[in-house]
Design a protein around this ligand. Structure first.
Ligand code: FES
Length: 377
């Protein structure tokens, strides 16, 4: 048969040679039996292997439950490769449990289930009675080929490992509690300006801790009010996280999991605008300085970090669900699902020109929660 050139010279087939008859259907390759199809000993061994993988999965699931109650999330003693032991143990055991189930199913299907290659011709979307019946027959055949009815060992081990997978889901419900209580009412900003008693030369002396300086996030440099230009937005953290001695805070309280907790609660956005743009809320007349305002960086919807600044309007946008807060007007919500304004941190300048917090936040930071309005604190 001679190939025919169907190109029209105008890009039809780009000059390619197209055969004048369709390529013949090569058909389904001959089915070759697998060792497990012809050797009962190998079949039995594959069956035990599948059951073994399901058994390993069950063991890993039990180890997950044991790990959950053994390792404390905040326990920094058990650190593996920079990760907490709790993270490694929970992730490792649950991951292996799922992996073994996957391996067992793949092994089962490759070695023991039917491996005949089937061809289904295209047909109209509607299936006639004959097709339906054939589908049912195929399903029945497939069911029989899985050998479920003949392999109670696999069925029992599969059911056991799958049933145990519900245990982690139930255990993790425990992490829905406890309720935050008053923990969100206080942040580490409150460590500045307090009075404490220290021992000096064997004597108890009362000292006033310096007011908390506001530092640049990540690098920890305290911020001079004169450093900020109109329109600047700066991500900030309390200086105590970088320099705990200055605030009489033990290092252990600002390390590891404690550091992450403090950072997440105390994260701040600083914004400088023209002082006359600010509409101070009642009782907030002295909460800003030279047009600089400070707000919690944590969205009051479900807690995403906020950082998108509309420079001309001084609106701050949350990237998660587009809640928009007005930085000129006490952080009020002007758009989106957030239910309350961004908490504002009252700030001032210390005698060296650095920005400091006057106090802690006066309301809880982060998403709203159902205990929040129970009582005024
Ligand atoms: S978390 Fe900010 S809008 Fe949803």
């Amino acid at each position: 048969m001679e190939p025919v050139d169907h190109s029209d010279g105008h890009g039809g087939h780009g000059g390619a040679l197209v055969p004048d008859e369709p390529i013949a259907n090569p058909g389904v390759p001959e089915h070759l039996p697998r060792p497990t199809d012809v050797d009962p000993a190998k079949e039995k061994r594959a069956e035990r292997q599948v059951a073994g993988f399901f058994g390993l999965s069950a063991i890993c699931t039990i180890l997950f439950a044991v790990s959950y109650f053994t390792f404390d999330v905040g326990d920094n003693w058990h650190v593996v490769g920079g990760l907490g032991a709790s993270t490694v143990a929970l992730g490792g055991t649950l991951g292996l449990s799922l992996l073994f189930i996957g391996i067992a199913i793949i092994h089962w299907s490759r070695k023991l289930m039917g491996d005949d290659e089937l061809v289904e011709m295209r047909h109209p979307a509607y299936s006639g009675e004959a097709d339906r019946q054939r589908t049912l027959d195929d399903l029945r055949t497939g069911y029989e080929e899985t050998g479920i009815a003949r392999r109670p060992l696999i069925v029992r081990s599969a059911l056991g490992s799958l049933a145990l997978l519900g245990v982690p889901a139930v255990i993790l419900l425990r992490d829905l509690g406890p309720l935050p209580g008053d923990k969100l009412y206080h942040t580490i900003w409150g460590q500045g300006g307090r009075k404490i008693t220290v021992i000096e030369d064997g004597e108890e002396v009362e000292v006033e801790v310096p007011k908390m300086r506001i530092s640049r996030d990540a690098i920890g440099t305290p911020i001079l009010a004169s450093d900020l230009e109109i329109g600047d937005l700066v991500n900030a953290q309390p200086e105590v996280l970088f320099n705990p001695e200055r605030y009489y805070v033990p290092h252990a309280e600002v390390e590891g999991a404690a550091l992450q907790t403090h950072k997440s609660k105390a994260s701040l956005i600083l914004l400088r605008m023209e002082p006359e743009d600010i509409k101070p809320g009642k009782g907030r007349e002295d909460w800003s300085v030279n047009g600089i305002v400070a707000y919690s960086k944590i969205c009051t919807h479900v807690g995403c970090p906020i950082s998108l600044n509309e420079r001309t309007t001084h609106h701050l946008l949350c990237p998660c669900h587009q809640s928009t807060f007005d930085m000129t007007d006490s952080g009020n919500v002007i758009f989106g699902p957030a239910g309350r304004p961004l908490p504002q941190l009252p700030i001032e300048i210390d005698d060296q020109g650095y920005l400091v917090a006057q106090s802690d936040f006066t309301e809880p930071v982060g998403p709203s929660f159902w205990e929040r309005d129970y009582e005024e604190r």
